[in-house]
Design a protein around this ligand. Sequence first.
Ligand code: WQD
Length: 354
Amino acid sequence: MSAPKILVTGGAGFIGSHVCVALIAAGLRPVVMDTLVNSDPRSLQRVARITGVEPPLVRGDVRDAVALDRAFAEHGFDAVLHLAGLKAVGQSVSDPIGYYDVNVAGSLALVRAMERAGVRTLIFSSSATVYGSTQRSPIRESAPYAAVNPYGRTKVMVERLLADLARADGRWGIACLRFFNPIGAHESGLLGELPHGPPDNLLPYVSQVAAGERCHVVVHGDDYETPDGTGVRDYVHVMDVAEGHVAALRHATTHRGLLTVNLGTGRGASVLEVISAFERASGRTVAWRVGPRRPGDAPAYWADVQHARDRLGWHARRGLDQMCADSWRWQLGNPRGFDDPDPALPAGFVSAST
Ligand code: WQD
């Protein structure tokens, strides 16, 4: 009996490559479809160094029906994890057509290809941005949609599409996973986040300041109604998010219908708490300056995580200090990303391939 084959769209990216590690560890066999617009195929070689298995790469776009049909015919997938998509909030404001095309039309094309192939188990990478910036935390999955940018609205549209599909056809097993703020890196230091240009997100920016690549962090506002005045978010380790995908896949394989769950820790951390945690993890000073608030930023939000515990038996196991320590190991070992020769595995790390 060969291991179940799972199509992972966007599987060469930051979260996708970590998901591949978790799938292989669970005895599954990922096949990656990726345009490589926002990712590097060498991440899959790093997956092989960690797990002993290199996921096959199908270079393709989920909007391409011919490429999808060819991949389904060749591999005979048992299920699909759909992570491919554009995810920069600011960019979505200036390029809404691109975001609706890739995120919404791409998801529709994928679901049509699944229907043609008779594959009806799907895990969708959604986002906490569907909640917008005014919900009271902790935020439950029952909170209303209130997305405030095109990126968040594309995630709402795809969630609605999948809900209508599950209602119309009981043969589908679907899970929508609402990521809060995934950060960190695999403990081996072989995989991590590879922002193109100046990072928009906090953690990669802090990491580059700690490494001396940037001079200081601009703290976007310190006059919010939060304990230290800076923005609060629910940071969750990328490997916890990856393992959440495996738990959701197990559920969707044995249950039909739609399940929507938050993937977070249930705890908020402020910008200054993240900076302090990173200083502890790296032993470096992270210089920061207060700047103006960033338009569209919510003061504070974090997840209610009970539903994921109850329905998936999943909860985040790694804390902020480990997220920062794992990020720092990735930063130190790969200052130029995958252009660096493979860093040595940390002492004591036993990869599946050894
Ligand atoms: C976190 C906090 C900033 C940078 C975004 C997307 C979301 C999801 C995760 C895809 C905020 C503050 C940041 C900096 C700062 N991506 N900050 N200085 O905005 O919560 O979420 O990434 O699903 O869709 O919106 O993450 O890391 O940008 O910001 O002070 O240089 O750090 O104001 O309070 P965000 P972030």
